[in-house]
Write a protein that binds this ligand. Structure first.
Ligand SMILES: Nc1ncnc2c1ncn2[C@@H]1O[C@H](COP(=O)(O)OP(=O)(O)OP(=O)(O)O)[C@@H](O)[C@H]1O
Length: 367
């Protein structure tokens, strides 16, 4: 493996779901542009975190990357192989190398199958293991790797706690020896106390097995600790992508700043003074996205020129890629946030400091 070898390359990926109407015959009356032109790279052995509010297209992107949802356009290359042009039978063979972990292990595990049967099923489907003994060995090693005891094999999913069920879900993916794992909200159904254990397990498995992850989460804290690079999605497109430390210390896109400002800081002094940006209004419909920059209808920094007409491309600014026409001038403080159907409030002790925009929406409703 070479340093920074790209395992997954996504180019101009689009997934548009048709909206149909009609009594006798379905007519296509529009499209939900769930993913609408995404470019990203995931280096081998690294973790790409994908964040954004509900409905912005994260899951659809993850599924399209694995070709579980057929893309409408664009290209996904895995280890140099173009998956979007692959015949279905060849793609089935590739699935072994690319696995998915789901949010709710209870609904993704068949309650009628015991753990042994759940794990053996994948081995059979992909013709892994020459003999029964060989398959048993693979399964035992996988159980050890995810920290489940041997007696788990004869038990059924409902006999386990949420955290253990997620370990079964991870084992089911791992038993096939994948290189890439797409984890869609892997811990959001778990108690906070259990979340860290599962995140640590994913981390440890990556170190031991050289796995590559795409971790999808609406919770910025989950993604922060596990990701090398984080991409922020809004209405089907990436608005910012940066190394994890950089994104959290210096968010450049107004939407990223809004997301970050919703995360509480443990230090009470910093917490009192930190910028809070509550976005106005709801997420527009992906069937009818705003013109120009999709975020301009909610952006506290939207300008009278360009924003409503010209769709910004992701462009490199320092170590980040940002899709905002004004990112540099916002970062320097030259452009100030203004009222967008929202009330501008300044922290009492900060005078002319950047404004805090409060909106008549539920706090936290956008993350
Ligand atoms: N099979 C489908 N048919 C039609 N529309 C779909 C389909 N799957 C997803 N969508 C729509 O595509 C958009 C993106 O959905 P997606 O589930 O990818 O978002 P998300 O960011 O993962 O949200 P969540 O965290 O709530 O799952 C939504 O508007 C959703 O309603």
């Amino acid at each position: 493996m070479t340093e920074n070898e790209i395992l997954v390359e996504v180019r101009d990926l689009k997934v548009h779901f048709p909206i149909t109407r009609g009594v006798l015959f379905d007519r296509v009356v529009g499209h939900v542009k769930a993913v609408d032109g995404v470019d990203l790279d995931i280096p081998r052995g690294r973790t790409y975190g994908l964040v954004g509010e509900s409905g912005c297209g994260k899951s659809t992107l993850g599924r399209a990357l694995l070709q579980l949802t057929p893309p409408t356009g664009g290209k996904v290359t895995f280890d140099g192989i173009d998956l979007t042009r692959m015949a279905p039978n060849k793609l089935r063979g590739m699935r072994r190398r690319m696995q998915m972990i789901f949010q709710d292990p209870m609904s993704s595990l068949d309650p009628r199958q015991n753990v042994e049967s759940i794990l053996t099923e994948g081995l059979h489907a992909h013709g892994i293991g020459e003999s029964r003994d060989e398959r048993r060995r693979i399964i035992s090693e996988t159980l050890d790797a995810v920290g489940l005891p041997r007696w788990a094999l004869s038990r059924y999913p409902h006999e386990f706690s949420g955290g253990q069920r997620q370990r079964i879900g991870i084992a089911r993916a791992l038993v096939l020896g994948p290189e890439l794992i797409v984890a869609d909200e892997p811990v959001s159904a778990l108690d906070v106390s259990i979340q860290a254990q599962v995140v640590n397990l994913l981390d440890e498995l990556q170190d031991n097995l050289g796995l590559t992850y795409l971790v999808i989460a609406h919770d910025l804290a989950v993604v922060r600790h596990i990701s090398d690079v984080v991409g922020v999605m809004y209405l089907g497109a990436l608005v910012e992508e940066a190394p994890s430390d950089r994104l959290y210390s210096e968010p450049l896109h107004p939407y990223t700043r809004a997301l970050m400002s919703a995360v509480p800081v443990p230090d009470p002094d910093v917490e009192d003074r930190r910028e809070r940006i509550l976005l106005a209004g709801d997420l527009p419909s992906p069937a009818n996205p705003p013109s120009g920059c999709r975020f301009h209808t909610r952006c506290p920094w939207a300008q009278p020129t360009r924003c409503a007409e010209e769709r910004p491309v992701l462009r490199q600014i320092g170590r980040s890629r940002v899709a905002c026409h004004w990112a540099e001038r916002i970062a320097s403080g030259e452009l100030r946030p203004h009222r967008v159907d929202a009330e501008l409030v300044r922290p009492a002790d900060e005078g002319e400091a950047p404004g805090v925009v409060s909106a008549p929406t539920e706090p936290g409703s956008y993350v």
